[in-house]
Design a protein. Sequence first.
Length: 694
Amino acid sequence: MDRAEVWLIMQFAVTCKYGGIALMQDQKSVDRILTRLFRLVDNGDISSVEEALKISLTDTMVSRIRERKLIARLSAKMALSLIEALRRAPSLLDDRKRVEFFYYLEFHVRLEGERSRLLELVRKKLMGLLTWTTAEFVDLVQLSMEHFTEALLSQSMLEGDATVAMNERSLHHLNGAVNDIALAVARTVNEWAKLRDSNDRSLKIHRREALEVLDSLISMCSQINALEWYIDSVCFGDMVVAAAFIGENGFYQIDFADRRRKLLRELAIRRKVVLHWSASRERRFVREMLAEVETDALSYATRFYRRRVGLPSTNYLKIDKAHELSQSVLRQLEAEDDLLLAASNFAIQTQAFYFAAVSLRWFAFAFLGMQESVSGSKKGKRGAIGSIPIEQITSRFDDRAGGELIKNAVTAMVCTIPARTHHELFAKPYVRVGESVIPMFGGDTGLWNVSVRECLIDGGVLGKDLGTIWEDFYAKSFEQSDWRVVGRNVKLKRDGRLVTDIDLLIARNDLLLVVQIKAMIGSAATIYDHWKNRQTVEFGCIQARKASQHLSENKHELIGICGKKYASGIRFIQPAVLTNCNELNGWSFENVPIISEVTRKAITVGSKVEYFQKGKRNAVHTHHFVTRDELTTSKILELLTSTVELDIAAETGEISWQRHEVGSLAFLLPEFTAGQNLDEPIHEPARRVDQPLA
């Protein structure tokens, strides 16, 4: 360890010892120290690491050790040596946090070991399947996936006499279980692709035997995914290791780090699932743009597959199935998609990505629809016959209409395996083989429009433009209600120096909301992505709180912003973060409420829930929680810290403990319990939506 490293670490130690709270809480300072520690760890220099760890362990330090997964960089032997070094290090942690931290360290070592063991077994089993082509292997894994999903669906029936809330809960759990299977299949394919260039190949086994092997592989990959989910949940602060019981029948007890935050996230995901299932959404410009060519595109794709399998032109093929699947995909389009197109000034490149992504699905759906119309040998093997030549998509667009842009967009929206992670293959379920692509998971996993947005925004200026569009959208939505926008992009200063800036200042009667806007891009489908979103929102909370305190202490600035007469009527100054990350709606950080569209609507027009039956556009029942006339200041402040989602959920907020075994390890996991008699029973799940739909 060089002198500069020793000096930096000792400076941190002195600051911690003598109460330098600012530096102790400065994440960047901690990260610089950890980066140097990681360099020592990577070089296997545990003795120097132990010397460096004579500094005190703080909340920030242990959080960053978890989040940066220091343990995952080490062999089991080195990890245990590091844990012992950490035990001997001075600590500023309270007893509970110190115990939880060392539970976590041992937990991570054990789970990494089990994950490595299962991954090695997976790779050994895959060696017998390397002689299959990509098309053949994808065809096999999809057949195996059907076995799992059919078994799951046969056990998961919605109950006709259950409440709406309970049936929605069942639908949500079923959707999650199907996604778990799909992610296990995605990992199986990705691991196979990593090994396919290996020289250690076995003879090609019979198809039936291969399916049996794949059933076993998907089960093991599901267990690996579960272990990684446990690790990430703890590393990124969603859960904590509450207890560890080591021994023959030992287990780890894992609890939610923040039960309210976890429940709010589950309910937000459920709301999206139910909205999609209900088959009813608000009009969207992008949806209508794509729908204009939908029928022609499906017919074109159907004719292509008719020729490929040799069906005579007189053989009538229905495209009802393909159209139904296409409508399901178009329903996924959201306000974010319209706003992104507007942010790009309706650029052809942006349109090309949406056309490319949905065209891939139109071909996949046309093939599935054709399969239902033919039988026997004409069906063929899906991986080979169902492949989509990229040229078939691009040929429908000439260069003036963005043909080259479509080709580039298709390339961005498919996967070359092995993908960086199996999550990428799940989000973009099209495997590229030469100049063709092979659909997986029926062509869609519900993330296609999110993948489009991520591709368009990643590494470009469009993300900044999208943030501006969101600010404009929110400002306009408040202006059209009883709120008054008194300031936008306001920079607050003290003695000529910037304190912070604030995106939106809005007022209603005697209440001023100091709003920081945080518009997210991705789906937050993984624990890591959700953590990144949460970090952004938490920073927004700090900004909003700082601005609120500054305005409370410096009334002259408030007068300068909105005038003396209006400022004199302000009695309450409330900070808030407004975000399109619905998973955090109803949560708060450092006493700053976080709201999304559900609560924004509630504080502008009131809150109501409408109940719909699938396929029917008129509500069968409406429950008003708060009307517009009831929006007093006290009611608005109450709505900022609550959400109607909790009022209508099946869950009570209480938890029960369920034992789960993964590989050779056992876990005691929390599960939210459900209440009874939450609303009137009906015979099928109904849609519940805050007014109006997003």
